[in-house]
Structure formats: C-alpha cells, structure tokens
Unconditional design. Structure first.
Length: 228
C-alpha cells in the first residue's frame, strides 16, 4: 500500500465518522438543543450542541456579498483547496515524504472535504432544521431540501465549555458578568483540520528535515544506478 493510498484510506475513514455523526445530529436534534454530560473530571461539561454554520469558521461570511453568493464562493474555494491538497499529498508521496507529514496533510484534507460535503449537499438532501422537537430535519424530504447545491450549512455539535464562572467585579466593562472558557462549537472535521495544522507547526522542522534526507538518498540512488 503506497503512502498516497494510505492517505486516501485515512481520509475515507474520517469522512465516514464525520458524516455519520453529522447526519445523526441533523436527523435527531433541533437547532439549539444540547445534551449536557458532566464527566466529573477536568472537563466540567461536554455537550452535543446542535448549531449550523452559515459561513466560514465562527459563522463568518465574505464581505460585500449576499449570504447566498458568499456560500457559493466559499464552497468553490473549498473545492479548489481540496483539489490542491490532494495533488500536493500525491506529489509528496511520490517524493517519499515522511508518513507523519502525509498523515497530517490527510487530516487537513479530510476535514476540508467533510465540511465541503455539508456545504454542497445538505441543502439538497435535508429539510430545514427548526428550534423545537417537532421541527427536526428529515433526510430526502418529499418537498425537497432547504437550499440549493453548494448552499448548504455546515453542521456543528461538539461543545466543551471547560470553565463556567464570572468575571471579577473589578474587571473592566465585564465585571461580574458570566464567563465561559472555550466557547467554540465545532465538528469532527474541524477537529482533524486543527490537529493536522498543529502537527505540521509542531513537527514541521522534523518532517522537512526527513524529507530532505529522503530526497538526497533518492538522488544518490539514481546516480549509483546510472554509473552501473
């Protein structure tokens, strides 16, 4: 099994896990519904908290554009990014890049592809999620989906507010107000993008040093073969 084949296998496994969780949340929970669980350890709360992301990270949209145009542009950008990352992984695999680097890139590719699936298809295959238990989305509804191709919304559900408290009274502006540490709500695809990027940032120097070493060995091997 080549490194590129291993990369594709990793991406497929992550996509399956990501989509199974998203589809379950979409078809079993209403918008804003949360499922609180107290681990009794460091993580004081761990929740499935269903929201839908209308744009990029944290719901940002492109400026000077309508929401619909922004969604299409973001989806097209994701498609281009996915194509480039796939080509780059293939190239790095051919150049005998270290497996750790390939795995990190595969995590990023899987995360981008997972959210791309939501953007491209969820508007077509799901009815709109409401904010009550009678408005849970249906898959392949008879009346059609809530949006058009490339205009779907990304499903987020992982919420880990690790610290719940209040700002000190002396704190400027927000003194005495509630404080929550780590408020982002994200999904499995986002998690793998974060892990992939973090791995490259932390171990990048080692990855590229090993890559240079492998390229030098391959070059010397070619020279030896020519001189025989």
């Amino acid at each position: 099994m080549t490194k590129f084949q291993k990369s594709i296998a990793i991406v497929i496994v992550i996509l399956i896990i990501d989509q199974v969780v998203k589809i379950w949340v979409k078809t079993h929970m209403f918008l804003g519904e949360s499922s609180f669980y107290d681990w009794g350890i460091g993580l004081k709360q761990a929740q499935l908290y269903f929201i839908e992301n209308k744009g990029m990270a944290f719901g940002w949209v492109l400026p000077f554009m309508s929401p619909e145009t922004s969604k299409v542009m973001l989806s097209l950008f994701r498609l281009i990014a996915i194509g480039f990352i796939t080509w780059y992984i293939y190239k790095m695999s051919k150049n005998n890049a270290p497996i750790g680097y390939i795995v990190s890139l595969s995590f990023i590719l899987a995360g981008a592809a997972g959210n791309m699936i939501d953007s491209a298809f969820y508007g077509v295959i799901f009815s709109e999620s409401g904010r009550t238990s009678v408005d849970i989305a249906q898959m392949f509804p008879s009346g059609g989906g809530y949006g058009k191709f490339l205009q779907g919304e990304v499903v987020d559900m992982l919420y880990f507010p690790m610290i719940n408290g209040h700002y000190p009274e002396w704190f400027p502006v927000k003194g005495g107000k509630p404080f929550i540490f780590f408020r982002p709500i994200f999904n499995i695809a986002d998690s793998f993008v974060t892990v992939g990027v973090a791995s490259i940032l932390i171990f990048g120097k080692r990855f590229f040093k090993e890559l240079d070493k492998n390229e030098e060995l391959a070059k010397n091997q070619k020279i030896e073969e020519k001189t025989k």
